[in-house]
Ligand binder design. Structure first.
Ligand code: CUA
Length: 333
């Protein structure tokens, strides 16, 4: 299911631990739980039908098999209102029951912002990364969504507005909720909630081009305290470190600033991820590899090496320029 990233890059620990499919059978929030409950109810109903039809079939095969000493013709029946009603009504009622259960769950899950929503996040799918904008706090980050966990007496649902910058994507973090598509020109919504602090993994669930498989999502669910600290940090402008002024100048002179924003500098591009607090993120390239000097250098040097066909161009920078720019990026805590 998941294409292994290019050999030779340090990968996030979850890859080396054989991480692959996030588990739909291990829900960590009310939203994913109701989907799982619906799943088992539907499986249960289908299992009863399978058992009834299967055993009837076996019984009929045994009872009406050809008997060597009997070549008489079986009774010929032309129409039976009772039987026809039965085989029309039984499936009709079953399908209606399934539809009612599914629609009730969908309405429950798609409820407009829960009145207690603790956070709003605008999620924008891009080829091939995720933009996370926190409108109540006025900052934007990428690929790693940080949310506060609910407390036993205080639910903290996070309300997501889903959009797309180019083609259809689908936001899917299986342990927290089902899939919701990000469709160009349209805003969809969903909510997630969990009371278990952990990192939840997800992926784009709608084929969106060559690097669809390398469009991962990390959701870090943290305590309210940690979340508040993180928000305060993200709201601040990028640090301005005089020791890397040469790298900052190179970043601004090259085309980098046309696509990337770094708050507090002239760089306001929106085509690529916001880099204001790049180093607060654990991974780069949408969750593909660890965020460190080695990977940043190789990514800038030859983006196609990591993510073939990606929208980040190879700027053909000289080695010293790449080093200066990476030095600068590494200060963006
Ligand atoms: Cu984005 Cu598939």
């Amino acid at each position: 299911m998941f294409a292994a990233p290019t050999v030779g890059f340090a990968q996030p620990p979850e890859f080396s631990q054989g991480f692959d499919a996030p588990d739909v059978f291990n829900p960590a929030g009310p939203n994913a739980e109701s989907i799982q409950e619906l799943f088992w109810v539907v499986i249960g109903i289908c299992a009863v039908i399978l058992a009834l039809v299967g055993s009837a079939q076996i019984w009929f095969i045994a009872k009406y098999r050809e008997k060597p000493d009997d070549d008489s013709e079986p009774p010929q029946i032309y129409g039976s209102r009772a039987i026809e009603l039965a085989w029309t009504l039984a499936p009709l009622l079953t399908v209606t029951l399934l539809a009612v259960l599914v629609i009730a769950t969908v309405i429950d899950l798609r409820a407009d912002p829960p009145s207690t929503a603790s956070q709003r996040v605008r999620v924008v799918g891009h080829q091939w990364w995720w933009e996370f904008n926190y409108p109540d706090h006025g900052f934007t980050t990428a690929n790693e969504l940080v949310i506060p966990v609910s407390e036993p007496d205080l639910a903290k649902p996070i309300y997501l507005q889903l959009e797309s910058a180019d083609v259809c994507h689908s936001f899917w973090v299986p342990r927290l909720a089902g899939k919701t598509d990000c469709i160009p020109g349209r805003t969809n919504s969903m909510w997630i909630q969990t009371s278990v602090p952990a990192t939840y993994f997800g992926r784009c669930a709608e084929y969106c081009g060559t690097q669809h498989a390398k469009m991962l999502i990390r959701v870090d669910a943290v305590s309210q305290d940690e979340f508040d600290k993180w928000v305060a940090k993200q709201k601040s402008d990028a640090v301005s470190d005089d020791s890397v002024v040469a790298g900052r100048d190179r970043f601004m002179e090259m085309a980098c600033m046309n696509c990337h924003a770094i708050r507090g500098t002239p760089a306001v591009g929106e085509f690529g991820p916001d880099l204001t607090h790049l180093m607060s993120r654990k991974t780069i390239c949408a969750g593909l590899v660890e965020n460190n000097r080695e990977n940043l250098t190789r990514w800038i040097n030859e983006p196609d090496d990591l993510k073939n066909g990606c929208r980040m161009p190879d700027m053909r920078l000289t080695e010293p320029d790449v080093k200066l720019i990476v030095d600068y990026l590494l200060t963006l805590e």
